[in-house]
Design a protein around this ligand. Structure first.
Ligand SMILES: Cc1cc2nc3c(=O)[nH]c(=O)nc-3n(C[C@H](O)[C@H](O)[C@H](O)COP(=O)(O)O)c2cc1C
Length: 251
């Protein structure tokens, strides 16, 4: 039974990019963060700190920062061949990302204190990639938060904010110490629509028993073709205007 519940939550957790006006209670936000707190981390370093923003003008400032970040991403996307461009970074992408921040009942800013990296084995930090363990730690907490929210019928999104100078602006806005890293912004709220079905690669395709099955190695051509197909599968999730049949308007 536990497994069924777990699988159901894993499948039900979806990126939600527009929320109803209904407020999420502080108690529910605390429940969600409580699960995040139990994430695993290298050496139990627990680098995470969560800043919860409710104030509409502050959310609007965050939305503006996200808007600028996504607009910037768009310029980069234009340098790729059209079929490879990330749908979230296309023309409406920036607008939609800002809208989702503004419509959220709260925004959870997940940051981490890099000084905690000393909790982990030092060689991992320096030879496996300077910050790998630290990144993974914070990512684990963020994922737990999103799953916990899904278990309460709440929607979340994952907004990347790792690129300076946007990260600096956010730190200044929220009084987050300069040496911290902000990883992800998680807007949270009640979903305002039923998301289109999500796509995942098949279990058989990604699982190798005993050793890696070379026959299933994807060539560069396979990957290129897959990426193009992937874009068509994920496009609608970022372009909410196209979700007409399932879209539920708020009362
Ligand atoms: C590391 C990471 C970065 C992501 N960055 C963004 C982002 O900046 N904006 C956004 O709308 N979604 C972002 N996402 C959400 C993914 O697009 C989403 O999880 C994926 O398309 C699968 O859809 P689903 O979450 O609905 O299953 C991110 C997810 C992860 C794990």
């Amino acid at each position: 039974m536990d497994y069924d519940v777990m699988l159901d939550i894993a499948r039900r957790r979806r990126s939600i990019r527009l929320f109803k006006r209904d407020p999420v209670s502080d108690a529910d936000i605390e429940k969600v963060l409580e699960v995040g707190r139990w994430a695993m981390s290298g050496g139990n370093g627990q680098p995470w700190e969560f800043v919860v923003v409710r104030d509409a003008p502050v959310k609007a400032k965050i939305a503006k920062i996200i808007h600028e970040r996504t607009s910037h991403s768009y310029e980069f996307e234009l340098t790729r061949f059209p079929e490879y461009r990330q749908p979230g970074a296309l023309a409406d992408g920036a607008k939609n990302q800002a809208k989702l921040v503004n419509s959220a009942s709260a925004v959870i800013v997940v940051c981490g204190d890099p000084r905690t990296f000393q909790a982990s084995v030092l060689v991992n930090q320096f030879l496996d990639g300077e910050w790998d363990i630290f990144h993974m730690n914070v990512g684990n907490a963020a994922m737990m938060i999103c799953l916990a929210a899904a278990s309460l019928g709440l929607g979340t999104a994952w907004l990347t904010t790792t690129y300076p100078p946007r990260e600096f602006e956010l730190k200044e806005l929220l009084g987050i110490p300069r040496e911290f890293k902000i990883y992800v912004i998680i807007p949270i709220g009640y979903p305002d629509y039923v998301p289109p079905p999500s796509y995942r690669r098949g279990l058989k395709e990604i699982t190798h028993w005993g050793k890696y099955d070379q026959a299933r190695y994807r060539t560069d051509k396979d990957i290129r073709e897959w990426l193009i197909k992937l874009r068509t599968k994920t496009h609608t999730s970022y372009h909410l205007d196209e979700i007409t049949p399932t879209k539920k308007k708020p009362a």
